[in-house]
Design a protein. Structure first.
Lengths: 772, 163
């Protein structure tokens, strides 16, 4: 391993403005719906007919009226899909009966499930004609509550004999971990289901080309994963599928792979011999794109009256929605990160992922780790309240000490580096915590209507975990061209994260080529054969590290060629950054440019960077809220966030990632929730009904940055994409509870709406009256 | 129906379906695809353009309602204040300088909403910027840098609010 951190007085570590932006800001990026391509001329438009019922037997589908309608090109139902594999579970560990169909056949299991596809020429015809498809349904009981699904007589997949898709039983030898505890607190808390809601909805375009291959444009987080998903769903070989990634308008975990609708567009293009396009409506997006979170957690925490926590139990019921997708697997990450930043000897974790008659659950910014932090941080607050100690003090007493050598947690996670006490003390100082507590005390004493709440969270998370192939790795190709430009091919897949800028910074820093002469390409499976995409906060630490490594290897290659040409030893050559070439040590102007070498023979390097393991960014957040105790309305006043993701290559971009995460985390704590009625009808199916966080509901954020490098990559960088979400949710929730704690409130489930807070205040008052 | 609309300084005459949205007219008929559509309830603001100087959500306006009007989209913004093709309007420049965009999907609408906001109130306070952009949603930035960008643009555009 080479020297840690950023070399020289370089551009690395500076606030370079994004190279992407001039295009985005003048002509707009080209998203899937914007594509103008001859291959898509005369494309047929696809509109999906979706189930209006949560659970039903499909008794009939009559497409005759739709087919007869003017403008209808065709209608597809499950019965037409005779040439594709029968539905298989998304992951092999799920019961084989829980396969995900492209179109429902026999049974529908959530409102919004695709039942048929209508093909039209005109933009406005699709929705009209979709209404003419007559589907007969025989209703079955809905199963909405994941806890009730555990014992429900109604099974979504009777052949499986259970609604449990995946589980990890508690270790019975750890049943007695609380026996020595002086104090034990327990509570069931809800980490609610939220909508991912990227601003760009799902879409696809597809055409079968003369070479017998499917070319498909799908917004995604990694074209190679999307290619294999499409191939698997349609029963094709991956070599028959060419995925091109257009600009992607946000993903947040929900655009990995390919959804059934996107794959079906490719099937339609073949069957009808015409290119096909699909762009869903927002209403469809809110019921048919995977949702996030969705855990019911029972936390039990125990320790001494002096504040030392010695035992913690986390039991999770994960709502997987109607078909287990990656959401059913995410509790494995939740349980892995269960103890978080704390030194707790005795731990017991368990989970059951169950199917319900609701939209399938997938990954959403943080994906399993925010749920872990939310659980332990709520537990810490409950414990603090139980023994009457300040929540910050309880945390400090139980934090793991700083470490620079990898540390193995009690659940088996290998934390690479961390300094949690520093994070907590630094953020408390930045927030001026004692003054906040003093202000809170005065408001309480005065009996103010607007009470102050202060929430503290400390977190560690896992980023850049291993791929299916094992160790975390990523590839990159760097090539210098005879005209002095350079190009980069990367296996990551940016959709807002600024890789065009940061990858160019990394190459420019090593080769001296100006950034505006460097282009970055990704997401075309003919160009980039392999790649892990962008997700799990992996891109810089693996993709960026690969780009840097390729640049260094390219310098070595250039040296060996130049040495022969210049008749000097390669060891005597160094990079001449001013000329973008090599020179003899100490002799500026000597030597040869990279461009000149490339003119003689292609100058390119393809390399794979492999990391020894995942990295563990950490941080501490303080949230300050005001709660109107008469109406229950909470307002977030301040959010002070220390996020330590190791060495930062571009602070402008890293801060942007944190801001976005903080907003989504605060939104979960305060506002956002996907709701169903008892019959399984979703009630948050538009952006008018779903309380998507807006600018007025957030403050400007106060960021504190520390850099504790990792040794797992030469950049010293860990992941930053999800950190803000993970720390902010429990801090904000805790602040809301804290604002009304003096009234006897110990917990308010998320989202902490006015109604919930008001009800909690009233319930606490009623309790107090009874006890008095 | 025939409409006559001035789009980014070009006077056009087009035949449109009576139910065609202005957003679809701009995208499909004029080929101006910076303007995005992010919802179907006028909630997200990704489709915001200015009509006769005021910001409007083009997914809720019919093209025929704009007959006789002047529409400016992101593509025509810089030219609308006399700037050349390689130059950025102060609001565009501020969005870049302050990293006010990530995935870019809300950006065309957000920039045009900011232009409309600054035309009405050349020197807004931070709360006024947040109120003014309440109808424009962004999932990436947490609004922090968008707010900074609008405040920066207000400073750059000087006392009268002109570019």
């Amino acid at each position: 391993m080479t020297t840690l951190g950023l070399p020289r007085g370089s551009i690395l570590g500076t606030r370079v403005q994004r190279l992407e932006d001039p295009g985005f800001l003048t002509t707009g990026a080209v998203y899937t719906d914007d594509i103008v391509d001859d291959r898509l001329a005369r494309a047929v438009r696809v509109t999906f007919v979706r189930s209006p019922l949560a659970h039903a037997t499909v008794t009939s589908i009559d497409i005759s009226a739709a087919l007869a309608a003017e403008g209808c090109v065709g209608v597809v139902t499950a019965g037409d899909l005779t040439d594709i594999p029968s539905p298989a579970p998304a992951f092999a560990m799920y019961p084989e009966q829980m396969g995900l169909p492209l179109l429902a056949s026999g049974t529908v299991r959530y409102v919004g499930e695709p039942v048929a596809a209508v093909l039209t020429d005109g933009r406005y015809d699709g929705e009209d004609i979709a209404e003419l498809v007559e589907v007969g349904y025989d209703p079955l009981p809905a199963v909405v509550d994941p806890v009730l699904a555990l014992t429900s007589e109604t099974l979504l997949f009777p052949g499986a004999g259970t609604n449990v898709a995946y589980e990890m039983a508690p270790d019975p030898e750890r049943d007695d971990i609380f026996s020595d505890c002086e104090v034990v607190a327990t509570r069931t808390i809800v980490n609610q289901r939220v909508a991912v809601a990227p601003l760009e909805v799902r879409a696809a375009a597809a055409v079968w080309e003369e070479d017998g291959r499917l070319t498909t444009w799908i917004p995604n987080q990694g074209a190679q994963g999307t290619q294999s998903s499409v191939a698997r769903l349609l029963g094709l070989d991956v070599s028959q599928v060419h995925v091109i990634t257009p600009a992607v308008g946000g993903a947040f975990g929900a655009k990995f792979g390919a959804d059934p609708e996107a794959a079906l567009v490719g099937w339609i293009a073949r069957r009808f011999g015409r290119p096909a396009t699909w762009v869903e409506t927002r209403s469809d997006n809110l019921v048919a794109m995977t949702h996030g979170r969705g855990q019911v957690q029972t936390v039990t925490i125990g320790g001494s009256r002096t504040g030392r926590v010695t035992a913690y139990r986390l039991d999770i019921v994960q709502d997987s929605g109607a078909y287990p997708r990656i959401g059913a697997l995410l509790p494995t990450l939740t349980q892995l990160m269960a103890p978080g930043v704390y030194d707790i000897d005795n731990l017991q974790t368990s989970f059951r992922s169950v199917v319900t008659t609701t939209t399938p659950v997938g990954a959403y910014r943080g994906a399993g780790r925010p749920e872990a932090t939310a659980a332990i941080e709520r537990a810490m607050d409950l414990f603090a309240a139980e023994i009457g100690m300040d929540p910050a003090d309880v945390r400090r007493l139980n934090l793991l000490p700083a470490f620079t050598e990898p540390f193995r947690s009690s659940t088996g996670a290998i934390y690479d580096s961390g300094n949690y006490p520093m994070a907590l003390d630094t953020v408390l100082a930045a927030a001026d915590y004692p003054s906040l507590r003093a202000e809170q005390a005065s408001r309480r004493e005065r009996g103010d209507v607007r009470q102050l709440g202060i929430g503290v969270s400390v977190y560690v998370e896992i980023t850049g975990g291993g791929s299916e192939a094992g160790a975390p790795k990523e590839n990159a190709t760097v090539e210098v061209h005879p005209d002095g430009t350079a190009s980069i091919l990367t296996g990551t897949s940016p959709h807002g994260q600024g890789h065009e800028t940061v990858w160019a910074m990394l190459v420019s820093n090593e080769l001296g080529i100006e950034m505006d002469k460097i282009t970055v390409r990704w997401g075309d499976t003919d160009l980039v054969l392999r790649g892990g995409g962008t997700g799990g906060s992996r891109s810089l630490q693996q993709g960026g590290a690969a780009v840097r490594q390729a640049s260094l290897e390219l310098v070595d290659l250039a040296k060996s060629r130049a040495a022969a040409q210049l008749e000097v030893s390669a060891d005597d050559l160094v990079v001449d950054h001013g000329r973008a070439g090599l020179m003899v040590t100490g002799v500026p102007g000597s030597g040869v440019t990279f461009a000149a070498l490339a003119a003689m023979e292609p100058l390119l390097v393809h390399t794979i960077f492999s990391a020894p393991g995942a990295t563990y960014p950490f941080g501490a957040h303080v949230a300050v809220v005001e709660v109107d105790v008469e109406t229950g309305k909470a307002e977030l006043m301040r959010l002070i966030a220390l996020d330590d993701a190791g060495v930062v290559v571009n602070p402008l971009i890293a801060e942007g990632q944190r801001h976005g995460g903080l907003a989504q985390g605060a939104a979960q704590a305060l506002l956002e929730e996907v709701l169903y009625d008892e019959d399984g009808n979703p009630t948050t199916t538009t952006l008018a009904a779903y309380p998507f966080v807006s600018a007025t509901e957030l403050p400007s954020f106060e960021l504190v940055t520390t850099e504790t490098p990792t040794t797992y990559n030469p950049l010293g960088a860990k992941g930053i994409g999800e950190a803000g979400t993970i720390g902010s949710t429990p801090a904000v929730q805790s602040a809301v509870v804290d604002a009304v704690a003096h009234l006897g409130v110990r917990h308010v489930d998320m989202p902490t709406t006015s109604m919930r807070i008001w009800a909690a205040i009233n319930a606490a008052a009623a309790d107090k009256e009874t006890t008095d | 129906m025939q409409v006559s609309i001035t789009v980014n300084s070009v006077r056009r005459r087009d035949d449109v379906e009576p139910r065609m949205m202005l957003a679809h007219y701009l995208r499909d008929v004029c080929g101006l695809r910076a303007t995005n559509i992010g919802c179907d309830t006028t909630s997200c603001g990704a489709c915001t353009v200015t009509v006769d100087g005021e910001s409007v959500k083009s997914c809720t306006v019919l093209a025929v309602q704009t007959d006789g009007g002047t529409v400016t989209t992101l593509e025509g913004l810089a030219a609308s204040v006399g700037l050349g093709p390689d130059e950025l309007h102060p609001v565009q420049a501020a969005f870049r300088a302050e990293h006010g965009l990530q995935c870019g999907f809300c950006t065309p609408g957000m920039v045009m909403a900011a232009v409309g906001l600054l035309a009405e109130n050349p020197h807004p306070t931070e709360p006024e910027v947040r109120e003014g952009l309440e109808g424009n949603l962004c999932r990436c930035t947490g609004y922090h840098n968008i707010v900074r960008a609008v405040l920066t643009a207000a400073d750059a555009m000087g006392p009268g609010g002109d570019a």
